[in-house]
Design a protein around this ligand. Structure first.
Ligand code: NCD
Length: 457
């Protein structure tokens, strides 16, 4: 089975660090004198390989840095940057496209406007598939560049205070990044524009899957209030799966934050308003501009300023000659990091990745009784509905069960849950262990139509 990178969770922490070590090595040997973040020359590592870049959405950095990475590894690339010129315009499905392209290339990099589209590609292709951004869902290779930049600039990821600024709701780079930061033990300080906070399912997952603890600002003791419109801060425990230091979401344990917890912000990750993902285009509202004046305070003295780019007004040009600005370096790291990722996936450098992807921790649900309710999910596309089956992971919440779409990763609570063995159903409102016998329904009417009867009247 080839390894794919569709979400940041497709790579373990060790694998991410192996990729970073290879990127370091590439920069050490192929860095430009005086500009050590920039790769020059060509290696012969991928001289027998071809990379296909399939982009169904606009891109500058991601596509060009992947193509540059492949060239600098000594390989070749095939590029399709305009969906109007491929058979997609004739109604070809993702599954068919990748089963054709796999005959022409050794790996596929895909960007698509639909959430979960690249997971579909990965399921059908027999070669590695890399997600270059799928709608507002994830952008894992941008996260690799972001984490790599932070690690190079700060020497570590652990215990960093990282402020995330802007459109945290629609920004796919942010969604991958928060999981990455949580896994490496950084603190996440989300500062969203009005109505642009992290999606609920992302917040839930931070808490549930990564033991990330949310602390509202009024509980943060020494933190000066009022400077930025904070809703909450996410803290990662010292050790994985240990939740002793900080308050829980239900506020049971008293908060004991280090007194100087936020006296210093290590990094400020700025993002633009994702107008193309907002019906009606969206308004910047009170989207504060990050510039020299904003970053004047003592707290920001050592804050590295990152941005996945492009910027459109939320990041002042006066920052460009400020030594805290690292966004162009971050874009430059796209080449060595993607070179290392390609080398890992194509096994040009063996041993960087395990044979199989990190295990999914939740039970899979394959019965076709539910429909993903995310209108942007790939399963909503008529073309893909010809063959694509609904698939979910079953998640245990305290007093009900949730299902997470395997493609777009949105979560919903089905109205009813039944048992196939007894053909009885009940409202999904009590604790229940995920089990292969379970059947979910969107409504009692659907359960009845499927031949199930209520277990309590
Ligand atoms: C980002 C993207 O496409 O999500 N750009 C990138 O890949 N560097 C961020 C953005 O478009 O705002």
């Amino acid at each position: 089975m080839p390894r794919d990178v569709v979400t940041i969770d497709d790579l373990s922490e060790d694998e991410i660090q192996h990729i970073f070590s290879l990127a370091d090595e590439i920069l050490a040997t192929q860095g430009t004198p005086g500009l050590p973040h920039r790769v020059r020359g060509r290696l012969a590592l991928a001289s027998e390989h071809v990379l296909a870049t399939l982009f169904y959405e606009a891109s500058t950095r991601t596509r060009l840095s992947f193509e540059s990475a492949m060239l600098r590894l000594g390989g070749q690339y095939l590029s399709s940057a305009d969906p109007k010129t491929t058979s997609t315009a004739k109604g070809e499905t993702i599954a068919d496209t990748v089963r054709v392209v796999e005959n022409y290339a050794d790996a596929i990099v895909m960007r698509h406007p639909c959430e979960g589209a690249v997971r579909v590609a990965a399921e059908y292709a027999s070669i590695p598939v890399i997600n270059a951004g799928d709608g507002g869902h994830e952008h894992p290779t941008q996260t690799l560049c972001d984490l790599y930049t932070l690690q190079r600039e700060k020497g570590t990821l652990k215990d960093l205070n990282v402020m995330l600024w802007g459109d945290l709701k629609h920004g796919r780079t942010v969604h991958s990044l928060v999981y990455g930061l949580a896994r490496f033990g950084a603190r996440i300080i989300p500062v969203a524009g009005q109505g642009l906070g992290l999606p609920e399912h992302v917040v839930r997952r931070l808490h549930r899957d990564y033991d990330c603890t949310a602390v509202p600002p009024e509980e943060m003791g020494a933190v000066e209030q009022g400077e930025v419109p904070l809703d909450v801060v996410y803290l990662t425990p010292d050790k994985p799966h240990q939740r002793s230091l900080f308050t829980d979401l239900d506020g049971q344990t008293p908060t004991r934050l280090p007194a100087n917890a936020f006296s210093s912000i290590d990094a400020c990750y700025v993002t633009r308003l994702q107008r193309e993902r907002i019906v009606g285009g969206g308004q910047p509202g009170d989207y504060t501009v990050i510039d020299k004046q904003f970053l004047e305070g003592k707290r920001y003295r050592d804050s590295k300023v990152l941005h996945p780019l492009p910027r459109v007004g939320e990041l002042g040009y006066d920052m460009d000659n400020d030594e805290r600005a690292v966004y162009f370096k971050q874009a430059s790291y796209g080449v060595p990091v993607r070179m290392a990722l390609i080398a890992a996936l194509l096994e040009l450098r063996p041993g960087l990745l395990s044979k199989s992807a990190p295990k999914r921790r939740h039970l899979e649900y394959h019965r076709q009784t539910l429909k993903c309710d995310n209108p942007l999910c790939v399963t909503m596309l008529e073309t893909e509905q010809r063959y694509l089956k609904q698939k979910y992971l079953v998640i245990n919440e305290e007093d009900h069960l949730l299902v997470r779409c395997v493609y777009c990763e949105h979560e919903t609570a089905p109205a009813c849950v039944g048992h196939e063995s007894t053909r009885k159903y009940a409202p999904n409102d009590s604790p229940l262990d995920p089990h292969p016998d379970l059947v979910f329904f969107n409504s009692p009417a659907e359960a009845k139509a499927a031949g199930y009867s209520p277990s309590r009247e």
